[in-house]
Design a protein around this ligand. Structure first.
Ligand SMILES: Cc1cc2nc3c(=O)[nH]c(=O)nc-3n(C[C@H](O)[C@H](O)[C@H](O)COP(=O)(O)O)c2cc1C
Length: 395
């Protein structure tokens, strides 16, 4: 992209560099939408900060000449143990929206999770992925998964699942942390100001998005979109309607991982929605440590994923040492897409992949299956971890 106002993409050497560029190119509303979080931002801050509470315990003099960063995610190889987490309304980042994102990701062999709240129809996004695959002679291991916000109307929910299946998405990730929309403070300020500027009092203004599952854009949920009445029992009909790998996105306690195992899902994504939902959430890394401490059997029963605040390849490895299969990355890809389109998505992937390889070599591993919990020191984070209260909690 020839734009003299933005630095050349090669000047982005850390994933956080995309954020600075994006802030300059994005309209204020898009910037606020992507960068905002719940309430005072505690949940997002915890995501970002907790990675620094874990240190590696590197091993030396092990042959690390060759590197293998591939990972099997729900039965499909990915070039890397990280993927793009679902983000709604990517048209607010770049006019190319989701199709452009998946083109960049497919070129790099990375999996991408597409949001129910996408700007473009799910079939058009899949077409972009398949077209890119053809151009690569079907050599990319990349695939697309679908993040499901379950609509209140069951008929609508079932037909959405059928569309996702027919389009060829590989797995379904049901978001379970959105019984209502978190209080997105920055979006609310912006909306209130727009209302006042438009001569409307208070919050009187209706939000009009083409996709009514794009609730956060404007800071309020669209009535009738996401089902706040969802329970564990609903997983039965969702699972039988879908008939493929099912993952619960947004688990934040060991008790719920146990329930997920009992309900026979194939994976859990430990996540606090990038700090956008409940105020004062545990960081996703803290939840991972909780599972590793109180229910390590989980890692043999289903695949465990993590997202939230991952900004460096070293963070990815910390999660994998603790047993995660792979991790999701959100905002860095939103910003990279905004700044440089598909090229930015590729560059962001290269940056994380290089950091991953550098850290693997110095940690003394040449493939991801050599990682283990004793390669990280979690003492500081463990100090702050939840403990069963008064011996009464049933774990
Ligand atoms: C702009 C934006 C939009 C998002 N939209 C969705 C969504 O539609 N569905 C969903 O389940 N999660 C959504 N999320 C949460 C992400 O899937 C993911 O959990 C989070 O971004 C990870 O944290 P990170 O941004 O710090 O990497 C969104 C996050 C952002 C930043």
């Amino acid at each position: 992209m020839a734009n003299n106002n933005i630095p050349h993409s090669s000047l982005c050497v850390a994933t956080t560099d995309f954020e600075k560029v994006a802030k300059n190119v994005l309209p204020e509303k898009s910037w606020v939408y992507a960068s905002s979080s719940a309430a005072t931002g505690l949940s997002m801050r915890a995501n970002l900060d907790d990675w620094s509470l874990i240190n590696f315990r590197p091993r030396i003099l092990r042959s690390v000449d060759s590197m293998d960063t591939r990972r099997n995610i729900l039965g499909h190889t990915s070039q890397f143990p990280f993927f793009v987490s679902a983000m709604g309304t990517l048209g607010s980042s770049h006019p190319g929206a989701e199709p452009l994102l998946v083109r960049g990701a497919t070129r790099k062999g990375m999996h991408t999770m597409i949001s129910t709240a996408s700007t473009k129809p799910l079939e058009e996004i899949m077409d972009a992925h398949l077209d890119e695959q053809r151009q690569l002679n079907n050599q990319s291991p990349s695939n697309l998964s679908f993040q499901l916000y379950v609509p209140v109307d069951r008929t609508r929910a079932k037909s959405l699942i059928q569309r996702v299946k027919a389009a060829g998405y590989q797995s379904l990730w049901v978001t379970v942390d959105t019984s209502t929309l978190g209080k997105r403070t920055a979006d609310r300020y912006l909306q209130a100001q727009e209302n006042l500027d438009a001569g409307l009092a208070g919050n009187a203004r209706e939000i009009h998005n083409e996709n009514d599952f794009a609730p956060a854009f404007g800071g309020r949920q669209v009535p009738g979109s996401v089902d706040g009445g969802l329970t564990w029992e609903d997983l039965d009909w969702i699972s039988s309607e879908w008939g493929g790998p099912l993952v619960l996105k947004g688990i934040q306690s060991v008790e719920d991982v146990k329930l997920a195992v009992q309900h026979g899902v194939q994976g859990v994504l430990l996540s606090n929605h990038g700090g956008r939902q409940i105020h004062s959430a545990p960081s996703s890394l803290m939840t991972l440590l909780e599972i590793r401490t109180y229910y390590p059997e989980a890692f043999d029963k289903l695949q465990v994923f993590v997202d939230g605040g991952l900004r460096d390849g070293a963070d990815v490895l910390k999660a994998l040492c603790l047993g995660a299969t792979a991790v999701g990355v959100g905002r860095p890809y939103y910003y990279a897409l905004a700044a440089y389109g598909a090229e930015g998505v590729e560059r962001c992937t290269d940056i994380i992949a290089e950091e991953l390889e550098i850290t693997m070599k110095m940690l003394g591993v040449s493939s991801l299956d050599q990682l283990s919990p004793d390669m990280v020191n979690t003492s500081r984070l463990s100090n702050e971890m939840w403990r069963p209260v008064f011996g009464k909690s049933k774990l």
